[in-house]
Design a protein around this ligand. Structure first.
Ligand code: ADP
Ligand code: MG
Length: 339
């Protein structure tokens, strides 16, 4: 039975699956390839990502969760089914599933995920919000009577929460994340160098020379298509150059973190100054982000260990303690009637 319960991090950029007793067994991009002629899904995850930008006319690669919204219920169900099947195969017992959703999702979207997971064969489904799962995943004692602050910077969204006594006291979800950094880079390179680049090149640039701070001294060569000649071209980029283009999305994340601190009750704000704030999610890996947020807020900031898997490991920890916390307000649940 141990290997039958699973936790799913339904992220905007990556979907991770945690199997109880095994750990994180799947980590794949949240991409789906659709055949637009018949609206059928032809590939999901890594396989679908390979198709981005290389697809023939009738196949389109989409990121169904890119804005932190469950845009299409049917697609969500197919994604869940696909990953659940890959994680546990065909089993005699239907699994109990903990799914993490971004905290900005609406009640309707939550119901859609509960329904989709139930339809994909779960016995019981529990939903947990992203900041709570992230906090548990990075080892914070969320039930303690003290304020903890978590900032999860994902691909399409940033989730910020102040947690105390097992609940989110203040929470904010912002539709800005790593993907917006990439869009800013694409625009910048087009404007300044007249060069068209793809999404994957933009992500490479962000990871290699991108930074939240000026004065970094790294360089890289990139290739793209010159928009004037129409031919492939190579240019050299410096981090100082890229930093400028990232200022706007970085500013909106920093400002939202500050606004959450501003509306945090004073006792909890004092706790946060003591306990510090933890950054999770892949976006937190941007060079210099930790330092910048610390300087801007005056609160000690730490980067979680392995920030990309924090949420998935958090859902795993919830599975381990499901019997104790199944009834708590941290989770929204749905149980299928036995058939
Ligand atoms: P989500 O939970 O929304 O699926 P993730 O937490 O998986 O998002 O983070 C994905 C984002 O993190 C992507 O935008 C990716 O480009 C970004 N990312 C991953 N590694 C790095 C890195 N080293 N530097 C900057 N950004 C990174
Ligand atoms: Mg996430």
């Amino acid at each position: 039975m141990l290997g039958n319960d699973i936790g799913i991090d339904l992220g905007t950029a990556n979907i991770l699956v945690f199997v109880r007793g095994k750990g994180v067994v799947i980590c794949e991009p949240a991409v789906v390839a659709m055949d637009i002629d018949n609206q059928k899904i032809c590939a999901i995850g890594e396989e679908a990502r390979e198709m981005i930008g290389r697809t023939p006319g009738n196949i389109r690669a989409i990121r169904p969760l890119s804005e932190g919204v469950i845009a299409d219920y049917q697609i969500t169900e197919e994604i869940l089914k696909y990953f659940i099947k890959r994680a546990v195969g065909r089993r005699l017992f239907r699994p109990r599933i903990v799914v993490c959703v971004p905290s900005g999702v609406t009640t309707v979207e939550k119901r859609a995920v509960l329904e989709a997971a139930t339809q994909s064969g779960a016995k019981e489904v529990y939903l947990i919000s992203e900041p709570i799962a992230a906090a548990i995943g990075c080892g914070l004692d969320i039930a303690a009577p003290t304020g903890n602050m978590v900032v999860d910077i994902g691909g399409g969204t940033t989730d910020i929460a102040v947690i105390s006594l097992g609940g989110e006291v203040v929470a904010q979800s912002l539709r800005v994340g790593g993907a917006h950094f990439e869009e800013a880079i694409v625009r910048h390179i087009k404007r300044v160098y007249n060069l068209a680049i793809g999404d994957r090149t933009a992500e490479d640039i962000k990871i290699t020379v991108g930074s939240a701070y000026p004065n970094q001294d790294r360089k890289m060569q990139i290739r793209g298509r010159d928009l004037v000649t129409g031919l492939p071209a190579t240019i050299e980029l410096a981090s100082s150059d890229i930093h400028v283009s990232l200022e706007e999305p970085i500013r909106s994340i920093v400002d939202t973190i500050k606004s959450v601190l501003e509306i945090t009750p004073p006792e909890l704000a004092a706790d946060i100054v003591n306990n510090g704030m933890v950054l999770t999610g892949g976006g937190a890996l941007l060079e210099g982000f930790v330092q910048l947020i610390q300087e801007e807020t005056g609160v000690p900031v730490t980067l979680a260990e392995d920030p990309l898997t924090c949420v998935a490991r958090g859902t795993g920890e919830v599975l381990n303690r499901l019997d104790q916390i199944a009834q708590s307000s941290v989770l929204t649940s749905r149980r299928t009637r036995s058939r």
